[in-house]
Design a protein around this ligand. Structure first.
Ligand SMILES: C[S@@+](CC[C@H](N)C(=O)[O-])C[C@H]1O[C@@H](n2cnc3c(N)ncnc32)[C@H](O)[C@@H]1O
Length: 212
């Protein structure tokens, strides 16, 4: 068990419930992109921060999902989703910055809306690269920092503290695009776009695919 992740006995269960409830809406917002990103995934997938299991609906039945999820309050809903979608689930209660999988062992890693929350995203990306086999694929959807002096940037600044507290460390002002661009993947395709929803602080987003 990771000692670097602080499980919150009140917010953890609330967020787990909320991510479960919101997974249908997230499918409405991101379903098309996610189906494209998860298309042709191999038999084993590693997901960083799968939460309540919002992405299992895009995996083929029988897929083995290795879930890197340090928040123990997510685990019950993860197990329920795995049962619902016919996924063989292995949960690792470790942080994405310290994944206990061997070097060059995994073909496919995914994460959605996670780099905003991990304490050290650079270290997490380093770990993703480490566990990927050569030519292994990393797919992602992340919300990112808005351009300075825009309404969204203003809203991100105003909501930062309560948002960060309520969503257990989520930072709406992360420049994950630059982080991925400097991470040294052999190829990287990133699309930046605005996904309009009531969740304005997470409006500018990136999605894409990186190859080790
Ligand atoms: C906003 S939720 C996203 C959940 C899910 N990926 C989705 O798209 O619905 C962020 C997730 O990252 C997890 N998380 C937070 N810190 C982490 C870390 N250091 N390593 C791995 N996962 C982490 C949280 O427990 C939570 O499940």
């Amino acid at each position: 068990m990771s000692s670097e992740f602080k499980n919150n006995a009140i917010l953890g269960p609330i967020n787990s419930w909320m991510f479960k409830i919101l997974s249908g809406y997230m499918n409405y917002l991101f379903g098309k992109s996610k189906r494209d990103l998860f298309k042709n995934h191999p038999e084993t997938v590693v997901e960083i921060g799968p939460g309540a299991g919002a992405n299992m609906r895009y995996l083929k039945k029988g897929t083995k999902l290795i879930a890197i999820e340090p928040n123990i309050h997510m685990h019950a809903n993860l197990k329920k989703s795995a049962k619902k979608y016919g996924i063989t689930l292995e949960i690792k209660t470790v942080i994405g910055e310290s994944i206990d999988l061997p070097d060059n062992s995994i073909e496919f890693v995914a994460c959605t809306l996670v780099m905003c929350t991990v304490a050290n995203p650079a270290k997490c990306v380093e770990q993703i690269k480490r566990i990927l086999k050569p030519a292994g694929v990393f797919v992602f959807i992340e919300h990112v920092k808005a351009k300075e002096n825009t309404i969204v940037s203003f809203i991100q600044n105003v909501t930062h503290k309560p948002w960060h507290w309520f969503f257990e460390g989520c930072n709406t002002k992360r420049d994950t695009k630059s982080l991925l661009e400097s991470a040294g993947f052999s190829s990287l395709s990133i699309e930046e776009y605005n996904s309009y929803s009531p969740f304005v602080p997470i409006t500018p987003q990136i999605k894409g695919r990186a190859i080790k």
